[in-house]
Structures are given as structure tokens and as C-alpha cells.
Design a protein around this ligand. Sequence first.
Ligand SMILES: NC(=O)c1ccc[n+]([C@@H]2O[C@H](COP(=O)([O-])OP(=O)(O)OC[C@H]3O[C@@H](n4cnc5c(N)ncnc54)[C@H](OP(=O)(O)O)[C@@H]3O)[C@@H](O)[C@H]2O)c1
Length: 269
Amino acid sequence: MGEARIPPMGLGTYGRTGDAGAEAILAALEIGYRHLDTAQSYDTERPVGRALRRSGLKRDEVFLTTKVNTTNLSRDRFLPSVRASLEALQTDRVDLLLIHWPSPGDAVPFADYVTALAEARDRGLARLIGVSNFPIALVDRARGLIGADAIATNQVEVHPFLQNRLLRDHCAAAGIAVTAYMPLAKGKVADDPVLQGIARRHGAEPGQVALAFLLRLGLIVIPASARPERMRANFAATALTLDDAERAAIAGLDRGGRMIDPEWGPAWD
Ligand SMILES: NC(=O)c1ccc[n+]([C@@H]2O[C@H](COP(=O)([O-])OP(=O)(O)OC[C@H]3O[C@@H](n4cnc5c(N)ncnc54)[C@H](OP(=O)(O)O)[C@@H]3O)[C@@H](O)[C@H]2O)c1
């Protein structure tokens, strides 16, 4: 259900802080990005708000996602933190609000922050809600608490070297869109010979091939770059079509290559 409502090509804003960050995000909006992914912990909510204001675009022309930090999951902090995010973003509602990570060490009870997430939506602070870095077991626990249809997306690490098949299949069966974070494996896709070979055949770049592969799987992608020329190339990946043999070759690159794996993180599938 989530796929139709979240633009499949978004801009990751991690690293786009301060004035330079706002400039880069504005450049992305000028290139055509209409989905911006920020988080309380990135320090990019203000630059996103400033770029959106300066772009002259209407608020409803851009899909905004933010994420509640692990330090704000408790009942007393959750909603105030979301209101602070809205203030930083210069808006009265985000399109999508995510739990950034499950509470490390279960410091905050799971039911507390999952129900607070639904409450944020019910109070009109977010149009859609979802989760991030949730393995299958936690996705199912959350659905049990707030409803089978409540979760629009699970944002997790997915790229050619970590294809996360089990989780993707589970989410697809549950009607939950998967958003692929770090879809370029932090730029490492550029060095892969298989992706380079496919890119040459298309007169494209390996990063575009990686993104086209993920989009064809039905995923939402949120690549990041500080450079407008790369933002443009990444955005153009929506127009690149890979054939079956190319997609099979990229499927073969999966090697469980997880890059984000904090010791306090959840037990992955
Ligand atoms: N939910 C979570 O826990 C979580 C965790 C991590 C990330 N995220 C989200 O996902 C977004 C993307 O992840 P990410 O920024 O970590 O990694 P990424 O998008 O996979 O890769 C970004 C890196 O790749 C380089 N790059 C960008 N386009 C390229 C291209 N076409 N060819 C080669 N290199 C390229 C960039 O360098 P230049 O800047 O020099 O171009 C940058 O170093 C983040 O911004 C954030 O919004 C979420």
C-alpha cells in the first residue's frame, strides 16, 4: 500500500548540514527531486526547511520524511521532539514519520514508542508513519500493536552487496514498502566490475545501474550526494532499464555486505 504514495526516488540528506547543505538540497529540488529524507539526528532538518522555502515550491509538492531519534523515544519526549522537527522543517506536518532505530537495549518499552508513533499520525503531525532498521520480528510486533495497515514503509540498508531478500519478501507480503538506505553502498558501487560492465553497455554510471536495479525490485531509493552532477545522474536512474540477464548478474552480487551494524542494533534477519 505504501509504494504508490511515497515517491520512489528521494534524496538522502545525511551530511547536508549548514548553509552548504541547504544549497545542495536546493540544487536537488531544482534538479527535480520531490522527496527529501532527513532525521532528527542528521542536523539537516533546518537546511531542508530552508531549501524548501527558497525553492518556491508548494509544501504539498515535496514529500518530507523525518525520523525520531533513539534519545526521543520515551513517552514524554516523543511528541515534543516531533513538534521540534516540524518547527525546524518550517511545516506543520511531515509526509512520513519514522522510528529511526528500535530503542537500544530496549531502554524504552517497544509499545510506548510504537503507539506514540501512531499518536503522532492521529494528531496530524504526520500523514504516514513507518519504521527504520526494524527486522521482521519487530515489524510484526509493531503491526500487532497499531494495525496491519499502519506501517507505510520500513527503511533499511539495501544495496547490491546487501539485498536483504528475507525482509523484503516479508514486507512485500505485508503491504509495506521497503525504502533502501545507503543504496550506493556509500559510493562503493562505483568500484564494482559487474556494475561497471553493465554501466558501459548503457552509457551510464555504476551508481545509476545500482539504483535502477533497486527501483525495478519495487524499492524506494534515497541516494545522497553533495555534488549536483551526481544528484542529477542518480535522479536520472529512473529512466534506465536493465534486462533480465543484467538483473540476474546484479542479484549475484549479494554477499551480506552490511555496512551499518552498531553493537546496540537489533538482531538482523
Ligand atoms: N535509516 C537509517 O538508519 C539510515 C542510515 C544510513 C543512511 N540513511 C539515509 O540514506 C541516505 C543515503 O545513504 P548514505 O548517504 O549513507 O549513502 P549512499 O547514498 O549509498 O552513498 C553516498 C556516498 O556515495 C557517493 N556518491 C553519490 N552518488 C554517487 C555516484 N553516482 N557515483 C559514485 N558515488 C556516489 C557520495 O559522495 P559525494 O557526496 O562526494 O557525491 C557519498 O559519499 C542518507 O543520506 C540518509 O538519508 C538512513
